[in-house]
Each structure stands twice: as structure tokens, then as C-alpha cells.
Design a protein around this ligand. Structure first.
Ligand code: FMN
Length: 452
């Protein structure tokens, strides 16, 4: 006998097929005898209907005055994805897509996010997790959370508070903030805005050593303890959303952008009533924006340039954009204090290695080499659970790009605060459910990679 499987519900009872006896021909069931019927019982009082009294209704009536404040709006976001939805509603398409998008088919970014979902946590039970400590040490100094803010260029284009919001939120949260060479606030302005923050500087290294040296000296003078040199940008990635949107920096007022502005008035009001976007770290630069971007990405760079940088910069040197175990080892041999396993948020090479997949092998290689090089990781982090998974598999620290930028676009400084609060809450909850009270207790035993 064959059965027809009911769509969408594999547990549903199979339908009878043509070989079953039709209901009309089946023998009718015998009526139950009176003695077999269950005795009729009175309904319990709780199930009898009655007219509601006002005293019953009063506690249920909770009409509140609607609150349209920025804080109330942001408080309604429970996840980074919620902040992304708010960001999308409030930001013109070109800057939103510049942030949200990645290179070519955006395969790298999708895979990086999927990698965090393709795991199973392995919790320990009956552990005392009444107090969770998310603090950790990174590059010789403490951070209140095991996550910092990654360098992002053109940040004031996403929302006018830009680098000021990012650095001040990081300062308040007790975590490092990284200013990009392509930042729209200067090294000095960020240092003044977040004087007690731990500010790092990201460098696009040019073979023109004078220009690089000038920035390095400014970063040192402004108190940056870490220089992060990005090495995955020999040329610019193909960001197709930007091409399709005709994206320019700063956004141009075309018919299309004016129409877009009509339903994102707050962004345009902010944009037009604040200081125009400038590349504040590059005040001496006089070329066009396109020339600027091309000049940032130097295809002639080599390990010799890294050696020069190691000699020149006395603080922590971190190399960002490591995508193979061999390069991680080589960079450590050349004196890096830390590596960032990163594919630039999927914005450069599409179908690039996924940092989360690379992590255990780099951890193992560094252990074999007795290297004490710090392992940081970014790309694809959208929740605190992602961060916990990365720490468990061997990362010393993590960085977030879009996760904080969605907060920024959703609500400026308060939005970045909200993004960090969401991640902190996620991390604390995940660790408690794993039976772990501190970051150092996380081990690879806490994560199983599905399919392995
Ligand atoms: C809008 C945007 C701008 C970025 N600009 C820079 C930059 O100027 N320098 C750099 O090293 N990385 C830059 N990145 C990459 C980030 O530092 C980081 O590697 C990436 O965002 C991590 O992925 P995630 O966004 O999924 O967290 C940028 C990323 C975004 C989204």
C-alpha cells in the first residue's frame, strides 16, 4: 500500500490511498452503551463563564503614552539584526549599501555569517554561573569585553556622529576603538573626543614612507598603543552595490538622492547641518576621492615594508587581513604582536577563506611554534554568541565592523551603545548557559562544528 505524504508536515498521519476502504463502505461503529459513557460532571468554577469585573480588568489595562524618543526606539531592538532594520529605514540607500554590502556575489560574507550558525554549543550543567566576567587582556592591557571596534572608513557618511560616536561608545564600554586611515575624524580629534579610551590606529601602508611615517608619528603622539596595518587591499574589491547605486563620497545631490532624501529626512538634515566630510587624517591630500582610494591600496607592498614598520613603530603592531596559516606564521616571524584573521568583512576577495574556519589551525600553528602572537578575528559577527564561539575556538579577541555601524545608522552614539549592550547581554547569557563564568574558561570543548 502506498501513502501520500502530506506537504510541510512530515509528522502528519498519512492519507489513505485508493486501496483503502472508502468511509461509506466501512462498517459503522457500534453506538456506546449508556453504561459505557463517562459520568457528567459539573464544570470547575474557573471554567464557568462570567461577566468581567472592573477590578479584574484594571491590572491588564496598561495604556502608556507612546514614546518616540531615540532611546525608546533603540531599546526596542533586541538583536543586531533589529538595529540593521532600523538602520535601513533611516539611511539613504547608497551609504546603507556601502556599509551592508560586500564584494562581487557577497559569497564570502554570507559564508562567514553561516559559519557561526553551523556550530552546536556543548554546555556544562550545574556550574555556579551567578557572576559572569567578560573581561580579558589584549596586547598587554585589559578590555572590559572580549570585543573591540574594527576600523571603518567614511564613517561620518553613515551617520554624522561617525568616529566620535564609535570612539566614545568604546570608551564608555571599556573596549578598544580603531580609527581607520580613511576615517572622517582625525587622529587628534578622536583622542580629544575619547581621552580615556583605548584608541588604536589602522594604517594603510604606502611605499611612500614619508606619508606613512607622518601618520605613524601622529598616532604615537596621540597616545595610540596599537598600530593595525591592513594587508588585504592590494587593489580595491568589486563592491557591485556601490557601482549600481552610482555611489560617490560624499553622496551627490542627484534627482535619485533627492527622492531618497524625502523619506530619510533626518539623515539629510544631519548631513547638511554638520561639517562636510573630509579625510581628516589626510589633510595634506589634494587629489580626488577616486585617486585617494587608489593610492590607499598599494599593490607593491611586501614583507620588507612590514619589517620597516616593525622597526619604526614602537607600540603593538597588529597585521589585519590574515587569511592562511602560512601567512599568520610568517607575520609572527616578522615580529607582529597580533594578527587579525579577517577577509575585510567580505569586501575584498570573494570566496575568500572564512576566519572562523581558519582559527583552530592558526591556534594550533602558534602553539606548535610557541608564538605568543595574539589572535584576533573579525568578519560576520552579528551576535554575542558568535563572539563566544570564536573565543572558545581559540581567538584572544574579536572585532566588529557592521554590527556597530548598524547601531550608528540606527541612532548615532546611542545606537552604538545599544549595539554594544546587545552583544554584552548575548555573551553573558551564552556563557551562563554554557556553564562558564569567565572568558579564560572557554575551550574548544564548548563548540562542535556541525558536519565534522
Ligand atoms: C563600511 C566599512 C568600511 C570599512 N573600512 C575599513 C578600513 O578603512 N580599513 C580596514 O582595515 N578595514 C575596513 N573595513 C573592514 C572592517 O575593519 C572589518 O574587517 C569588517 O567590517 C569585519 O566584518 P563585519 O563587518 O562582518 O564585522 C570596513 C568595513 C566596513 C563594513
Amino acid at each position: 500500500m502506498t501513502h501520500t505524504v502530506q506537504p510541510n508536515n512530515p509528522e502528519a498521519t498519512p492519507a489513505a490511498d485508493a486501496t483503502d476502504i472508502p468511509a461509506a463502505q466501512a462498517p459503522a461503529p457500534a453506538p456506546p452503551s449508556a453504561s459505557a459513557l463517562p459520568p457528567v460532571r459539573a464544570l470547575p468554577p474557573a471554567l464557568r463563564r462570567r461577566v468581567p469585573k472592573y477590578s479584574d480588568l484594571a491590572p491588564l489595562l496598561q495604556f502608556k503614552k507612546p514614546d518616540f524618543s531615540r532611546e525608546a526606539r533603540l531599546a526596542r531592538a533586541s538583536t543586531i539584526w533589529d538595529l540593521r532594520d532600523m538602520a535601513k529605514r533611516r539611511t539613504p540607500k547608497a551609504p546603507f549599501d556601502y556599509t551592508d554590502g560586500a564584494a562581487e556575489g557577497e559569497i564570502t560574507l554570507r559564508r562567514a555569517r553561516q559559519a557561526f550558525l553551523d556550530i552546536e554549543f556543548r554546555p556544562g550543567i550545574l556550574r555556579n554561573v551567578s557572576s559572569i566576567d567578560l573581561g580579558t587582556d589584549i596586547l598587554g592591557r585589559p578590555s572590559r569585553l572580549p570585543v573591540g571596534i574594527a576600523p571603518t572608513g567614511f564613517t561620518r557618511m553613515m551617520q554624522s556622529e561617525g568616529e566620535y560616536a564609535g570612539s566614545q561608545a568604546a570608551e564608555a564600554a571599556g573596549i578598544p576603538y580603531t580609527l581607520s586611515t580613511m576615517g572622517t575624524a582625525s587622529i587628534e580629534d578622536v583622542a580629544a573626543a575619547a581621552p580615556n579610551g583605548r584608541n588604536w590606529f589602522q594604517l594603510y601602508l604606502w611605499t611612500d614612507r614619508d606619508r606613512s611615517l607622518e601618520l605613524i608619528e601622529r598616532a604615537a603622539r596621540a597616545g595610540n598603543d596599537t598600530l593595525m596595518v591592513t594587508v588585504d587591499t592590494s587593489v580595491a574589491g568589486a563592491r557591485l552595490r556601490d557601482v549600481r547605486n552610482g555611489m560617490t563620497i560624499p553622496p551627490a545631490l542627484t534627482l535619485k538622492t533627492v527622492v531618497d532624501a524625502s523619506y530619510r529626512p533626518a539623515w539629510w538634515f544631519n548631513f547638511l547641518t554638520h561639517e562636510p566630510l573630509t579625510f581628516a587624517s589626510l589633510s595634506r591630500y589634494t587629489g580626488t576621492v577616486a585617486d585617494l582610494i587608489n593610492s590607499m591600496f598599494d599593490p607593491t607592498l611586501s614583507f620588507e615594508d612590514l619589517d620597516w614598520l616593525r622597526e619604526t613603530w614602537k607600540g603593538n603592531l597588529v597585521v589585519k587581513g590574515i587569511q592562511t596559516v602560512e601567512d599568520a606564521r610568517r607575520v609572527a616571524d616578522h615580529g607582529a604582536d597580533g594578527v587579525v584573521l579577517s577577509n575585510h568583512g567580505g569586501r575584498q576577495l570573494d570566496r575568500a577563506p572564512i576566519p572562523f574556519h581558519l582559527l583552530p589551525d592558526v591556534k594550533q600553528a602558534f602553539a606548535a611554534d610557541n608564538a605568543d602572537t595574539a589572535i584576533m578575528l573579525d568578519t560576520g559577527i552579528m551576535s554575542g554568541a558568535d563572539i563566544v564561539a570564536a573565543l572558545a575556538l581559540g581567538a584572544d579577541f574579536t572585532l566588529i565592523g557592521r554590527a556597530y555601524l548598524y547601531g550608528l545608522m540606527a541612532g548615532g552614539r546611542a545606537g552604538v551603545d545599544r549595539a554594544l549592550q546587545i552583544l554584552e547581554k548575548d555573551m553573558a547569557r551564552t556563557m551562563a548557559l554554557l556553564g562558564v563564568s569567565r572568558v579564560s574558561e572557554l575551550t574548544p570543548e564548548h563548540v562542535r562544528l556541525l558536519g565534522k
